[in-house]
Design a protein around this ligand. Structure first.
Ligand code: ATP
Ligand code: MG
Length: 542
């Protein structure tokens, strides 16, 4: 299919008809992602596997029954419509059940991430005011001394009555009437990744399931016969919504793997489950590239579509996949607040331009605007913005922070904080976060292009580029470089890398300083935190 056909033929009314309930009257994600498919007792929803190789298979029917029991259990604990329920587990079925149950009673789900430290957990629990936390013993240990007021349910421990998680919910009925929520009722408080500072609690409406339809159907391209594996953790927007619940809302089969990422394990799972559609983050794709071509040859893989989101995807990685799998990785851009608004579409025949995040998502009005919210000319750099008056808006603002919400609005536009330009064919090219832009001798330099150039050098595994204060130039470009295994840091190599970029990009862009570093500072979800590499942050941290 052509992209233009897809875009022009798109209508939200058509999308609304794909849901089970009449969206104009009521809409509940718990119903759409689970119950509507549960009449067929054999319909498989989730293949589950953990690091030790334990496996399980979940039908939609089983999901429905157990989430109904959990919904009744939550009600018995006094959780009501609008109350918050947090989850702090890996890819456990207890977690998936908890999310569905929270939605079914009209409660708000608050995702957490198992790599969080005690303060990060406490901050979210308290900020969101969570009534219940579902977690495990290892995680609960972290917050044992913190005087948490939420009721804690353990997936691997016992209740006061001496019951396991499954026994506990087993004591409740598997009949439950799902709350007839409205599309604009809140369903999730999703804290942002914290790439630029303190995470913000973005409030989402149930509508996010509708708004994500064109993205998952056309960009990730989940089709009815796909077996989909989205590796991202359920603690983040991408993992929770796009990798898990949106595919389930189509009645698809997905793989949920609970365990740490490793390249070999990933290839093993792709082969074992005959995965046809795979989505993950750039940091993972960079690791797959670093592991080399030889490893891939050991496996018989059937993946037809690769998707990446969350950070810019370097052109080198896209080319590696094209050469080794015969298929490019399709890069997708978005944020917790906007949804995935600029994408490469796996179901179209559009040309993938390595290094570009693609074209606007059908159904969204996306523009590149200046500081005042006026669209810029083609080719010029501005902020990516999304029209807040268009149908798909599901972001209800930052929790308890209307000023922060207000700061992002210019007229009808919500500003993403990301800079990009659009080429003649309408493709978007990421320049960097507005905060990360380097201003050197009157030039504005995006770190991403410099980083991408660096990783084309065989010695470089990863790089992060920042502006270092400089008396004459304002800032100079400085690169932090993580080397591939067989390379050692040296002054010569630093010089070589500088010259390498100078020979590829323009003179003002090359890094005048190169520092070798063991690993880059990253958010728990694997995104580079450039702000922590800037000198004032060093001072603040030490
Ligand atoms: P915080 O808002 O707390 O600083 P964050 O912006 O990283 O953290 P998310 O909402 O998880 O939190 O991430 C959205 C951001 O990730 C985007 O604003 C953008 O900077 C970056 N991003 C996501 N996908 C892409 C992509 N394909 N290319 C470039 N950047 C991307
Ligand atoms: Mg952000």
């Amino acid at each position: 299919m052509r992209y233009t056909e897809l875009r022009e033929g798109f209508s939200w009314e058509k999308v609304l008809k794909t849901f089970d309930w009449d969206v104009h009257e009521k809409f509940n994600m718990g119903h759409e992602c689970c119950d509507r498919w549960a009449d067929d007792p054999n319909r498989i929803a989730v293949y589950w596997e953990d690091e030790a190789g334990n496996t399980d298979v979940w039908t939609y029917k089983r999901l429905k029954e157990q989430s109904n029991r959990m919904a009744n259990a939550l009600r018995s604990l006094g959780v009501q419509k609008g109350d918050r329920v947090a989850g702090l587990l890996g890819k456990d079925m207890e977690l998936i059940i908890t999310v569905l149950a929270a939605w079914k009673i009209g409660a708000v789900y608050v995702p957490m991430f198992t790599a969080f430290g005690p303060e990060a957990i406490r901050y979210r629990l308290e900020d969101a005011g969570c009534k219940v936390l579902v977690t495990n013993q290892e995680q609960a240990q972290k917050i044992a001394d913190l005087n948490i007021s939420s009721t804690i349910i353990l997936s691997d421990g016992l209740t006061e009555e001496g019951l396991t998680f499954w026994e506990f919910i087993q004591s409740f009925s598997n009949n439950h009437e799902t709350e007839a929520t409205n599309v604009m009722d809140p369903c999730v408080f999703q804290y942002t990744s914290g790439s630029t500072g303190m995470p913000k609690g973005a409030v989402w409406a149930h509508k996010i399931l509708i708004s994500s339809y064109p993205y998952v159907r056309y960009a990730i391209g989940v089709e009815d016969d796909d077996l989909f594996f989205g590796g991202a953790d359920l603690g983040w927007a991408f993992g929770l919504i796009n990798c898990t619940f949106v595919p389930l809302s189509y009645g698809n089969q997905i793989l949920a793997y609970k365990g740490p990422f490793s390249v070999e394990k990933t290839y093993y799972l792709l082969e074992k489950y005959k995965i046809t559609n795979f989505a993950y983050a750039p940091t993972v794709y960079r690791m797959m590239m670093s592991a080399g071509s030889e490893m891939i040859k050991k496996y018989n893989l059937q993946v037809k579509k690769f998707s990446s989101a969350g950070e810019p995807l370097n052109a080198e990685v896209v080319r590696f996949f094209k050469d080794n799998f015969g298929r490019a990785i399709y890069d997708h851009y978005g944020s917790t607040e906007t949804g995935m608004i600029v994408d490469n579409f796996n179901v179209t025949d559009m040309a993938v331009k390595p290094g570009s995040m693609g074209l606007p998502c059908p159904g969204f009005n996306v523009a590149i605007v200046d500081e005042d919210g006026n669209p810029v000319e083609k080719g010029e750099i501005g902020q990516i913005a999304v029209d807040t008056t268009a149908y798909p808006v599901f972001f209800l603002g930052y929790w308890k922070n209307p000023e922060k919400t207000e700061e992002k609005i210019r007229g009808k536009w919500f500003l993403s904080g990301d800079l990009a330009s659009e080429d003649e064919e309408g493709y978007f090219w990421f320049q960097g976060r507005a905060d990360d832009i380097i201003s050197s001798a009157g030039y504005r330099i995006g770190p991403f292009e410099v980083e991408s150039s660096l990783i084309e050098h065989p010695a470089v595994a990863e790089a992060a580029v920042i502006g270092n204060p400089d008396e004459t130039k304002g800032e100079i470009v400085k690169a932090f470089v993580v080397l591939n295994k067989s390379y050692e840091p040296s002054d010569e190599l630093a010089k070589e890398l500088s010259l390498f970029v100078k020979s590829k990009l323009s003179k003002h862009q090359y890094p005048r300083e190169v520092e070798f570093i063991e690993s880059l500072p990253k958010t728990p979800s694997g995104k580079i935190q450039r702000y922590l590499l800037k000198p004032n942050q060093y001072a603040a941290k030490n």
